[in-house]
Design a protein around this ligand. Structure first.
Ligand code: HEM
Length: 532
């Protein structure tokens, strides 16, 4: 006892070992038990190791449930690479990729893409795919979108493709001034390190895109409503996070978890509550045949809703919220990558600046022109598209491609956009960045000279075709692309004309992937130096 009192706890442990060795006979049953346990572990481990080994090499077993699940979850972290590898192996044929919540059937031949495009909306639906991605019940104040696209009309296509595009000459001059001023203000707030202001470029661009879209879609008054603007910004992140969590939890848990998250995130409610009275007022004015001079998306969405069954204010606002998410997210990502590319390939700054200085005023009046900037953005989007998957169609009914490939109910049919856009068959030197790849060679020669234009034919950023799927394909190709291209030119223009720019650490990784998306790292910093 006396001895024990004098020893530390550590010494006690050591003492116990010594006693065990000395009194080996006494502790023999324990040692035997340990031996038996070790042998049992080894005996159990051998078949397990063999099983894992076989799973890795045996092709039949690879289709085993566990392996499929492993590949499905890996997709979350390495989606673009998995799609690329499968595309390389498929040799132009349809191929399958698994995600935790989906089976995707990718098609890349013109024939199969056409088959997707001509499938009825009751069989393959873009809207059902968007619904799964956005989870509107939780992210858009309980909006229960119909699975079938067109059930409540597709007037929004005319509202964006025709009316918003036609209105660009009215929007662009104001937008240029607003973006220039706001850029200066935001830049001013950034910290100065070693005499240079450092800006987290993605965050800055998202703020500017939110402002551009608010002005262009809802008019200047709403864009001055600070609470609305803060929520309009937060809404993008909230939607991404909430929708992702809901997609990944088991189906039975989704309403509970989704409901809890939806209650805690208020941005969607603020947007809804701000837009609702405005939409209601427009409906009331229409009823009084007092249309006023409003020319914005609220008005156009209302005017293009089905005549027989016009949308109420709530339905109009839900549509606007869906458009809002799609437009801000894709635009800000695409512009951020284009600005990164300007820093990585600074030889393009001078010719682009020259084109801007000569042609920006005309562009503002028409929304057209600036072919070199057009090509530069297109090349950036080709190599770093926000999405590696395009033309998503959720199967509402079983669908079979002409080669017999089956798309089961719940699966998605889609196209491997990034893999197609880096296919050497279509794009010479596919992995090289050629900023003027898509421009007319005679224009490049006239303005600068010395830059490669490796494509056989020039093309525009907004062109949709079988080899450039950034905007989707066929009859459902993005109707907002003309506005999107103009908005990107305004932002790029204001930056190129007014600032010199550099990435603080050009070698650092500047993107990360999640599912099939490629996203800019929010912490990537740049220095914008005002030009004198
Ligand atoms: C760089 C920016 C953008 C990109 C990359 C992009 C891309 C896409 C893609 C890939 C689709 C699906 C087409 C298909 O599946 O065939 C789509 C659809 C759509 N986009 Fe965009 N988009 C952008 C900006 C915008 C903007 C600014 C707006 C609104 C002004 C918009 C509104 C829409 C709408 C409403 C649809 C659904 C079309 C339908 O159901 O027919 N997008 N977009």
């Amino acid at each position: 006892m006396e001895y024990l009192n004098q020893t530390s706890v550590q010494e006690l442990g050591h003492q116990a070992t010594v006693i065990a060795i000395k009194d080996g006979d006494l502790l023999a049953p324990v040692a035997n038990f340990m031996k038996v346990r070790t042998v049992t572990w080894i005996a159990a481990a051998i078949p397990l190791v063999l099983l894992i080994y076989r799973l890795l090499i045996d092709r039949k077993l690879q289709s085993n449930f566990l392996v499929r699940r492993y590949h499905a979850w890996r997709y979350l972290f390495s989606g673009p690479q998995i799609i690329q590898d499968a595309f390389n192996k498929a040799g132009g044929k349809p191929f399958e990729v698994l995600a935790p919540d989906n089976r995707y059937v990718f098609v890349s031949s013109l024939k199969h893409i056409k088959e997707l495009d001509s499938a009825p909306d009751t069989v393959l639906s873009l809207q059902a795919a968007s619904k799964q991605m956005l989870q509107p019940v939780y992210t858009m104040t309980g909006f229960n979108w119909f699975d079938r696209r067109g059930t409540e009309g597709v007037g929004f296509v005319r509202a964006l493709r025709t009316m918003l595009t036609a209105n660009l000459p009215q929007i662009l001059p104001d937008l240029s001034t607003i973006i220039r001023t706001r850029f200066e203000e935001i830049h001013e707030t950034h910290p100065t390190v070693d005499g240079e202001k450092q800006s987290e470029v993605y965050h800055m661009i998202v703020q500017l895109v939110v402002l551009s879209n608010a002005v262009s879609f809802f008019g200047k008054d709403l864009a001055k409503n600070e609470q609305f603007m803060v929520s309009a910004l937060a809404y993008i992140e909230h939607t991404l996070i909430c929708a992702e969590v809901v997609r990944l939890v088991p189906k039975w848990l989704a309403p509970i978890i989704g409901g809890i998250i939806a209650k805690r995130l208020h941005a969607h409610e603020i947007i809804f509550n701000t837009l609702l009275p405005v939409a209601q007022q427009r409906i009331d004015e229409k009823a009084l045949a007092d249309l006023g001079q409003q020319a914005d998306c609220i008005q156009w969405i209302m005017e293009t809703s089905p005549r027989a069954n016009p949308w109420n204010a709530k339905r109009i606002v839900h549509e606007l919220m869906a458009i809002w998410f799609g437009s801000v997210h894709a635009l800000s990502t695409t512009i951020t990558f284009a600005i990164h590319d300007l820093c990585i390939h600074p030889e393009y700054v001078a010719p682009l600046r020259q084109e801007m200085e000569e042609g920006y005023a005309d562009f503002e009046k028409t929304g057209l022109g600036l072919p070199l900037v057009d090509s530069f953005i297109k090349e950036s989007a080709r190599l770093t598209p926000v999405e590696s998957m395009s033309t998503r169609r959720h199967a509402l009914q079983p669908f079979e491609l002409s080669d017999g490939t089956k798309v089961n109910v719940g699966d998605w049919a889609c196209t491997p956009v990034r893999a197609i856009m880096t296919d050497p068959e279509t794009y010479p030197s596919p992995n090289d960045f050629n900023g003027f790849r898509f421009a007319d060679p005679s224009i490049v020669e006239e303005v600068v000279g010395g830059f490669k234009t490796p494509q056989e034919k020039p093309s525009k950023l907004t062109d949709v075709g079988s080899t450039f799927h950034v905007w989707g394909t066929g009859r459902m190709a993005c109707p907002g692309r003309f506005y999107a291209a103009a908005c990107m030119k305004v932002l790029m223009g204001q930056i190129i004309m007014n600032y010199d720019m550099k990435l603080i650490n050009p070698e650092a990784p500047r993107m990360f992937t999640w599912r099939s998306s490629m996203l800019p790292r929010p912490k990537t910093k740049m220095v914008f130096t005002p030009r004198v």
